[in-house]
Write a protein that binds this ligand. Sequence first.
Ligand code: 6SY
Ligand code: ZN
Ligand code: ZN
Length: 247
Amino acid sequence: MSLQIQMIGTGSAFSKKYYNNNALVYSNGFKLLVDCGSTAPRALHELKVPMDDIDGILITHIHADHVGGLEEFAFRFKYTYQKQIKLFVPAPLLDSLWNHSLRGGLENPSEGLHGLNDYFQVIALRDTTPIQLFPGLRVQLIATVHIPGKPSFALLFNDKVFYSSDTVFDYSLLVRLYETRQCEYFLHDCQLTSPGLVHASLDDLLTLPESVQQQLLLMHYDDTKDSYMGRTGNMNFIEQHRLYDFP
Ligand SMILES: O=c1ccn([C@@H]2O[C@@H]3COP(=O)(O)O[C@H]3[C@H]2O)c(=O)[nH]1
Ligand SMILES: [Zn+2]
Ligand SMILES: [Zn+2]
């Protein structure tokens, strides 16, 4: 089944030119929002995608450029749309997402609002085996290293499309996925300057075999991206708002 991805933003956390690196995954008539950063509501508005047209949100880790838009989603779904959207959360993030990120704005005992479940239809992802999110859309969580001690997850859609979210470079994971898992496409975060520290740097990614680079699109880049055109080996930058088909 074909899958399409539209980045609603492609920027690094501090970009002022691009929205936060969040994606809409289209499959079989369903729309999944991958990460919901602070700029997601505005980016969706610009794309004319109403929030309540989205079937679910999946979170990869707890940074504002990946979860900062959830408070607006929570309020809009509760008070405007009066329904719940599916929120897919890797189990290790659940406690932190509420207690360390959203609780300050969303907790309201006077209205009986005490937790994530009072706003969202929370679906905890407890496994690293592939699970079906919607008919025709499967995801496998891959634990990655991003900030020491803080869980972060890459995603593998339908065994075919790897989405790194934020991670340090992992050469062997990428090559193994390409060689043994028949993974055909890679969307990877890219810090343009070295060292990457908490991201994969462009220099890191340039060490990948040509065959993998050809299948890899760079995302989560900073505002100097244009000056790197022609300096990315066999890799291309993914463009914000363009719809990509992954047949
Ligand atoms: O140990 C740290 C923690 C954070 N940071 C910066 O803060 C940003 C947070 O969002 P991000 O994960 O997209 O990118 C991160 C980096 O730019 C860092 O350089 N080192
Ligand atoms: Zn980020
Ligand atoms: Zn991050």
